[in-house]
Design a binder for this molecule. Structure first.
Ligand code: AMP
Ligand code: MG
Length: 520
């Protein structure tokens, strides 16, 4: 493998002088050098070929021994120096102090085709930031991360990428539901990739320790490498930085709402400073449209990170980032102005996104139609993905009753719904069709457009679980089948119609499908 190595993070930022891999508080440093753990018997399960092209890897290289050795952690490439980052974070609303890469080890950074990438192993062993845990990852969560990051990319959602998924040959002890039933599972490593893995928490840790010098170094580094559009200087530079991070964060969350993705753990250590979806843990995909839904059992009581709260949490997290940047700006009003604008920017973008989902002209106001739709969608369990995909087939010449039939596949209990909320649907379709009739656009044009906004295929929770169950038995075909399917989420794929279906009943309450914990 012939990478163009370009290690900016370690070259430009202060390193931990302690080279021991012992668990500790690390001060005045952005990272600690650490070597990945040797694995017992690594084997490659899956590679994202599409992404491997992006970083210039050939087919031969992907099947080489070196690829497996490097991306399972057994070999460190010459002239590279793996490291774990130091960061802190607010977890479920509370300051948690130093967290850091407890089980992520950054290998190196590369340049390819004018793009810069940082490659990182997740589950490659302990680091100074591992606290009480083992630094490892299990197969089920690694499959979920690998498949979902690539699926999100193809959906057009800003995200970290996943290059490869390997088994380590080691066993990892986990208590999946935190109920005293620990068991051994297969260990795995994912190589994930992003321009940078810096999080809100990287800034917060230095602010919390009043280490303003390192805070400034890290912020200057981040702006110069990843926000080259910021050309202001002095305090204005940091103000512009917060504006840009705010905008990217809003954009990312609006995409999540569009495709029905619930992150599950929007702690500030899981918020990318580049506005990328990062840390695929107990995430889930909406099946029935429900603002209250969260897949994360650890959050079941307060539902802080529920579907309908993600936009608000984005703002909450930006408040914490603004606090962390305050020492560089020392101007409360300037920061407050940026945060005050969040809500209206979010609402505007959300509204625009919903108009696109509905195939309506973006220059008109349809907020009352949209609000009504959201209310109606929640009257009875209605599949978010199927509803919007089927909606594209509604014609402006339809009656509201025939439009209702067109989308009726989306309803989980059609018979009951006929008795309870059909009326409301008929009323809503009356309004919608009425609007369509006034718009100067053919049914076909509208449908074509809607199908670029509303995916047909998403990684439903049970689909990932089926791939996990098969992989546990040693069969990996389904991982590749889903990977291939989700490369074209907006396309009709007639042979794959079976994945365009409501969640099967068996998956409704199954662990891994409807309930996920942070144990991974
Ligand atoms: P998460 O909830 O996955 O975002 O993780 C929160 C913190 O716990 C981060 O600092 C992780 O690096 C760390 N962490 C999670 N799982 C492990 C593990 N198995 N070993 C070591 N650290 C971990
Ligand atoms: Mg995390």
């Amino acid at each position: 493998m012939n990478f163009t190595i370009s290690n900016t993070f370690t070259n430009e930022l202060p390193a931990d002088v302690n080279l021991e891999n012992s668990r500790r508080q690390v001060f005045n440093a952005c990272f600690s050098y650490v070597t990945p753990k040797q694995t017992a018997k690594p084997s490659l399960i899956h590679v994202s070929e599409e992404f491997s092209n992006e970083i210039g890897l050939t087919k031969e290289e992907l099947s080489s021994e070196e690829f497996l050795a490097v991306f399972s952690g057994n070999k460190v490439l010459e002239n590279t120096h793996p490291y774990a980052m130091c960061y802190g974070g607010y977890q479920f609303g509370n300051w948690a102090g130093q967290l850091g890469d407890g089980r992520a080890i950054n290998l190196f950074e590369i340049d390819h085709n004018n793009k810069h990438w940082s490659l990182q192993l997740k589950g490659a062993g302990e680091t100074p930031y591992s606290r009480r845990a083992d630094g490892l990852a299990v197969l089920r969560s690694s499959i979920r991360e690998h498949l979902c990051s690539e699926a999100m990319y193809h959906l057009g959602v800003p995200t970290t990428r996943s290059l490869s998924l390997s088994l380590t040959g080691d066993r990892v002890l986990r208590d999946v539901m935190y109920n005293g039933n620990a068991a051994y599972e297969k260990g795995a490593v994912v190589c994930r990739v992003a321009p940078s893995f810096i999080r809100f928490g990287n800034f917060e840790i230095f602010a919390s320790r009043q280490d303003h010098e390192t805070l400034k170094q890290l912020t200057d580094y981040t702006i110069s490498h990843f926000y080259p559009e910021i050309i202001s200087t002095g305090k204005q530079k940091y103000i512009d930085f917060l504006i840009e991070v705010r905008n990217r964060t809003i954009e990312m969350i609006v995409h999540w709402q569009r495709v029905g993705f619930v992150h599950g753990v929007m702690n500030t250590d899981n918020m990318s400073i580049l506005g990328l979806t990062i840390d695929y843990g107990p995430y889930g995909w909406l099946e029935g449209f429900d603002y209250e839904w969260t897949p994360n059992t650890t959050d079941a009581q307060h539902r802080r990170y529920r579907f309908g709260n993600q936009g608000y949490i984005g703002m909450w997290n930006l408040y914490k980032l603004a606090n962390a940047l305050y020492p560089l700006v020392e101007d409360v009003d300037a920061l407050q102005t940026i945060l005050d604008a969040y809500e209206s920017l979010y609402v505007t973008q959300y509204d625009l996104m919903m108009k696109k989902k509905l195939g309506l002209p973006i220059e008109n106001d349809y907020s009352s139609l949209i609000a009504d739709l959201e209310k109606t969608l929640q009257l009875a369990e209605t599949d978010y993905t199927i509803f919007f995909r089927k909606l594209a087939s509604v014609s402006k010449n339809d009656t509201s009753s025939s439009a209702f039939i067109t989308v009726s596949d989306a309803f989980y209990a059609l018979d009951e719904l006929q008795k309870s909320s059909k009326e409301q649907w008929i009323t809503w379709f009356d309004r919608y069709i009425n609007i369509l009739q006034k718009v100067n656009q053919s049914d076909q044009e509208r449908a074509q457009y809607m199908n670029t906004v509303n995916p047909k295929y998403v990684l439903r929770n049970y689909m990932a679980q089926l791939a996990i169950d098969e992989a546990d038995k040693g069969s990996y075909e389904l991982i590749d089948e889903l990977y291939q399917l989700l490369k074209f989420p907006y396309d009709e794929q007639p042979q794959q119609e079976k994945w365009f279906a409501k969640r099967p009943e068996w998956a409704r309450h199954k662990i891994g499908c409807s309930m996920l914990s942070c144990s991974s």
